[in-house]
Ligand binder design. Sequence first.
Ligand SMILES: [Zn+2]
Length: 143
Amino acid sequence: MTDYSTLEVPGPTITDLTAPFWEAVSEGRLIIQRCGSCGEAVFYPRALCPHCWADALKWEDASGHGRLKSFSEIWKPGHPGWLPVAPYCVGLVDLAEGPTMLSHIIPADRPVKIGAELVFAPTHAGGRVLPFFKISDQARSST
Ligand SMILES: [Zn+2]
């Protein structure tokens, strides 16, 4: 199993808007915003709903489930701190609630495929917890 905890990588830029998201991730939870006007789920964190422009976004717990929409295997990281775990997989996760989230996909014991069921896997990396995803164990046992 890959050890991310000793990586020396830059952290996220945390703003007043994104602080609730990063605080939840540090507690092992995934939260997204939902619009109190149109009801759409929203990610990444925003001040206004991108669907109806209402100023009515509230945080809520996400299910932590999603499907892999697309991915890339990274052999030459943008920051040298990621070299110890290269090659690694970064993918677009279609969250069960609707929005898409870019995330690190934890290596599986089989090839990563588009459409794979994913589950939220908060991971200690570079002195913080990052919102990674991994291939669902349920999906593994069913194939
Ligand atoms: Zn809205």
